[in-house]
Design a protein around this ligand. Sequence first.
Ligand code: ADP
Ligand code: MG
Length: 699
Amino acid sequence: MNNLLETPIEYLKGVGPARGELLRKELDIHKYADLVNLYPNRYIDRTRYYRIKELQNSGTEVQIVGKVINIKTIEQKRGKRLVATFTDGTGEMELVWFQGQKWIRENLKINTPYVIFGKCNYYNGFSMPHPEMELLEEHKQNLRTAMQPIYPSTEKLTQRGVSNKVVMKMMMQLFRETQALFKETLPEKLLQELHLIPKNAALFNIHFPKSQDLLAKAQFRLKFEELFFIQLQLISKNLIRKHKIKGHAFDVIGEHFNDFYQNHLPFELTNAQKRVIKEIRNDMGQPVQMNRLLQGDVGSGKTIVALMCMLIAIDNGYQACLMAPTEILANQHYTGLTELAEPLGLNIKILTGSTKTAERRIIHEELENGSLQIIIGTHALLEDKVQFHNLGLAVIDEQHRFGVEQRSKLWRKNTIPPHVLVMTATPIPRTLAMSLYGDLDISVIDELPPGRKPIKTVHRYDSNRLKVWAFLKEEIAKGRQVYIVYPLIEESDKMDYKDLMDGYESISRDFPLPEYSVSIVHGRMKPADKDAEMERFAKGKTNIMVATTVIEVGVNVPNASVMVIESAERFGLSQLHQLRGRVGRGAEQSFCIMMTGHKLSNDSQTRMETMCRTNDGFEIAEVDLKLRGPGDIMGTQQSGVLNLQIADLVKDRDILSLARQYAIKTLKEDPSLSKPEHAALKHTYLELTKKQNIWNYIS
Ligand code: ADP
Ligand code: MG
């Protein structure tokens, strides 16, 4: 039976060499098994009869019962067409023919009930070109599959006559030849526990559904199966890593950590922070490399967590590093961490592109002899010259800006790799995290420090700018500071740059000296000038900071309480959320004002509404995922993994959780899948790992 499924597709009756070639090229169908796995995109429900008054201009096929009440030929320059008026008592529509008019005219029965079927168009009323028609009486006597499958197709296939009907026929032929004896892939126990229908029945009903109910069961079973095997692979990969990749066991909780925790905490840790530190501490206590993702919304307090983890490394006699994507951010971490760790008397230094040669030499030396305990930096840390004495923990901030390759470069510096903690403020929806980072462990800080007032967010049109400016003046009068951010997609984009400069000029005019002072920061400035200007704003010497998205990551000015985002429709949701996170860091009520033009696309409208509705980064990430699709969010390089056959990460998140839960359970009971009841499971699992190496996208 299994060999039969390996049969090349051209041997299927009705296919042959020419169509075989076409199927291979267009749909990647090489053998019987591939055709069986060509699932319909959708189904037309022939059990449903529409009424004319419920028709919508959605371009889908509908089935209606009614009568033709008159028929006429309309002559136009481009030719004749035959038009019939069709009614079902709830309304009227037109049936239209361009071809075969004579036959229709002679055979169509007026005032007799018909069932018509086809796609509806709307133009001054509904019309259906070339409907399939059947007398109601005959229709009642015919047997048919209730749900008609619509298969994926391409232009070439349609052109060369491989229509949907032809694909349906091939599928029927295949089921006939193979007698639908498809091997079960899941253990019996699992089928029973989850009430899953057998593989056979699922495949049959996905192609020839007998009813809505059976179709739903078939879809559920196949989606579960798909996600289950992905999770099985990711989780077992994680288990293998834990068994195979050695790590430093940090078994001491020593003086620095305890001293800091007992005497120098600047504030009480939130419960989430405590929980996450415990998770990380447990992980690093094992002689296995930690590979953990730390998610926490902007302002959730990841920095102090990072520091405390670094202290554990130091207490165990190791060095720690923190890598940030930009110089500004590295500087800020440096300032923040040295301040926090000041009473501990540690040797902490920073290494970036602009570190002077003399200083650089000292850093290299101290890193190698081990006297430098914490190094903070940018990509500069990855240079070959940088050698650690014994790097025990690498913290990486804002991971999406570092490629996987760069990360492993850091690892290669040691025989035993350091523990890795990746921190991100871009909340990855759980569903995505589960499927993409199934082989990483995840910690989440899901609680903001106390006393934060939710940021009030509003959407204003450009035409209301005067009112917005008046509001800014009120806030500045109260002693607050303001960000005004302009989109700059590429640092070289001339138009954007001009917008920014024009904006800066008019803002300087509207907020004149000496009452107000305005800073500007953008990517064309020298790093030193940028930093100096940031510094002025941070110290409160200027009231307004006009900037590009340079300030997106990391800037921390607690007194800045208003964020104005210009041309907000041009920003993505996660960017808007990141920008908003720049305010709301102090005790005062903060505001985010998104400025846009009047004309907005549906997606932009949704983005504005979402931002106004919620401050919750995870909720925003979910909406973002829906708007953009998962591939976009994670970058193209990882979208391969999302090339799922039937499941949808957004819509099927519940099935995903279930699949994950059962994959974990299965592997816990039988890590090598060697129990007899897991034979089929193991077989499929091995087939999949052989075929697809897409799971290697990370580390
Ligand atoms: P992020 O997660 O965005 O990196 P930070 O670590 O920069 O957040 O913290 C944001 C701000 O909140 C900082 O000013 C920090 O000092 C403060 N903070 C962090 N944790 C707490 C806490 N438990 N209680 C009060 N303030 C905190
Ligand atoms: Mg941070």
